[in-house]
Design a protein. Structure first.
Length: 186
């Protein structure tokens, strides 16, 4: 009986802020943290990406996350992308290569390797405080087909949103580090 009253009180509080996405996100993050005993990924915990590169890093991250190869002109910040399918179509690929070859200072971004993906999964696993879930994820990563196993475990828990957020931030960090390294070598 008491649980029903408490649940109604909580739901009434949530209804009071259902128009405010920021407050709802804070409530959601808090509940996920309490229910799953997980560290919530905070943007402040990551190496800060300068505002001037934020949009560019997000753009490239989204493209490589969708399986595209991107090239960035470091002088103009122009970015072009091509899919593996387009590479097989010689005309599109030749036009793409012709454009990119003219660029003096450029950097290529490819979809994440399996090794990098597993590293991100392992880093995420290490943020989890719940020993049971952490053990299940480590076990999933140590067996055959680790990526599929990991995602299977994630999908059985309430961690999917946390995982997606962590993954997105990790890809952005990966892209930004490549950009930083490329500028340092000009």
């Amino acid at each position: 009986m008491y649980n029903d009253k408490l649940t109604k009180k909580i739901l009434n509080l949530i209804k009071q802020v259902d128009h405010d996405n920021n407050k709802l996100q804070k409530i959601y993050d808090f509940l996920i943290k309490e229910v799953n005993n997980v560290n919530i990924i905070n943007n402040e915990e990551w190496h800060p990406i300068p505002e001037t590169y934020n949009e560019l890093v997000s753009y490239i991250s989204d493209k490589i996350d969708n399986g595209l190869i991107c090239y960035l002109n470091l002088d103009t910040k122009e970015c072009v992308e091509i899919s593996y399918k387009e590479i097989k179509e010689t005309d599109d690929y030749q036009n793409f290569l012709h454009k990119v070859k003219k660029w003096k200072n450029k950097v290529a971004f490819e979809p994440l390797s399996e090794y990098t993906t597993l590293e991100i999964m392992n880093n995420f696993t290490n943020t989890i405080r719940d020993k049971n879930i952490k053990t299940r994820l480590h076990k999933a990563l140590s067996q055959r087909t680790p990526i599929n196993n990991f995602l299977h475990v994630i999908n059985k828990t309430l961690l999917k949103q946390n995982w997606l957020k962590f993954r997105k931030m990790s890809i952005k960090q990966h892209v930004f580090q490549q950009i930083e390294h490329s500028y340092a070598n000009i």
